[in-house]
Design a protein around this ligand. Structure first.
Ligand code: TXA
Ligand code: MG
Length: 312
């Protein structure tokens, strides 16, 4: 059995694995992470190997206490403190210049480090028992849909990794990634919105499509099902008539499909269901997955970003 409940004993076991340079999958409020000791190069290598992740795609270091940031950067300035006070624990990742003691491999060879404090009791308990930062990309094979349950992780990595089960992730999409290196820039939109960040750092800008060199994980195709996936407008959803395709609708009603998933019409609930629905749709397979495009309004921004990446 590779899925374990979060108990004192299983967390201690997880700490032992991390200390030995191993990998442990754990829940956060966004998606499950595939974690290793940030300072252990064997652990980092194992995470990249398992995911099949390009070595130039940096990982996020997770911490349970803001003071741990001092182990990772000498640039934890007042802006970071204010952001942490407002959004941590929570789905905001802050990119700052890294300390020379942080292995380059953990940062994809960059001289910067991404840091976040997850808002999940089990993640915080694990981090606190471990005592130091845990580097963790999402616990999916590189390029595939992120996992929002322990079963999703097990489906990808089988018996190879212990997964601490923290239930389904509340948020359901990955954290907002904010770079404070140079002009404050959102490299990846998430539940912490541009509007709420601008209140604290007025000149924050949203990069529509971060370049590969800025943030390799924001490459165009990402989070993608194996089944060809297409975004369509509601009117087209209403005319869809093909017994070999799957529809993921909000308000639209297709005429004929293999299966229809009806999604919530508010972005918070939609995000929580998105990846599990994409995985279910992909498991059914067929000629294609057709997704009704949500409104192009700011509160749907992070979801629109993920849908654009999931589709071709
Ligand atoms: O919600 C999340 O952020 C989840 C959970 C597990 O915390 N983690 C996650 O990790 O989504 P990952 O590795 O799948 O995505 C991290 C993103 C990638 O787009 C990566 O390129 C970017 O953050 N990133 C990490 N370090 C960076 C850095 N130093 N500079 C620029 N972008 C960075
Ligand atoms: Mg990922």
């Amino acid at each position: 059995m590779t899925i374990v409940n979060p108990t004192h004993a299983s967390l201690q076991q997880a700490v032992n694995i991390l200390e030995e340079g191993g990998v442990i999958a754990f829940p956060t409020e966004t998606v499950y992470g595939l974690g290793c000791d940030t300072f252990n190069e064997d652990g980092i290598a194992a995470v990249y190997e398992l995911k099949g992740r390009p070595k130039n795609n940096p990982t996020i270091a997770h911490i349970h206490d803001e003071s741990i940031a001092a182990q990772l950067t000498d640039h934890w300035d007042e802006r970071c403190e204010v952001l942490a006070k407002k959004f941590w624990p929570g789905p905001l990742t802050i990119v700052v210049p890294k300390k020379s003691s942080v292995p380059l491999a953990a940062c994809g060879g960059f001289d910067t480090i991404a840091i976040r404090m997850p808002n999940h009791t089990t993640a915080l308990a694990l981090l606190s028992a471990f005592g130091g930062p845990i580097s963790a990309p999402s616990a999916n094979p590189s390029g595939y849909i992120s996992p929002t349950t322990a079963i999703h992780v097990e489906q990808s990595f089988g018996g190879g990794v212990t997964v601490i089960d923290g239930g389904p992730c509340d948020c359901g999409i990955e954290s907002t990634v904010l770079s404070l290196v140079g002009e404050p820039t959102i490299l990846r939109p998430g539940s912490v919105s541009l509007e709420s960040l601008v209140e604290i750092i007025p000149n924050t800008a949203l990069v529509e499509q971060a370049s590969q060199s800025e943030s390799p994980g924001t490459a165009k195709t990402h989070y993608a099902p194996n089944t060809k996936t297409t975004l369509i407008e509601r009117e087209f959803m209403n005319t869809l008539a093909n017994p070999d395709v799957i529809a993921i609708a909000i308000h639209g009603t297709p005429r004929i499909t293999k299966q229809v998933f009806v999604m919530p019409d508010n972005p918070v609930e939609y995000a929580a269901k998105l990846y599990a629905t994409l995985r279910d749709a992909d498991a059914i397979g067929g000629q294609g997955i057709y997704i009704e495009e949500p409104p192009k309004t700011p509160e749907w921004n992070a979801i629109l970003n993920r849908l654009a990446r999931a589709s071709t």
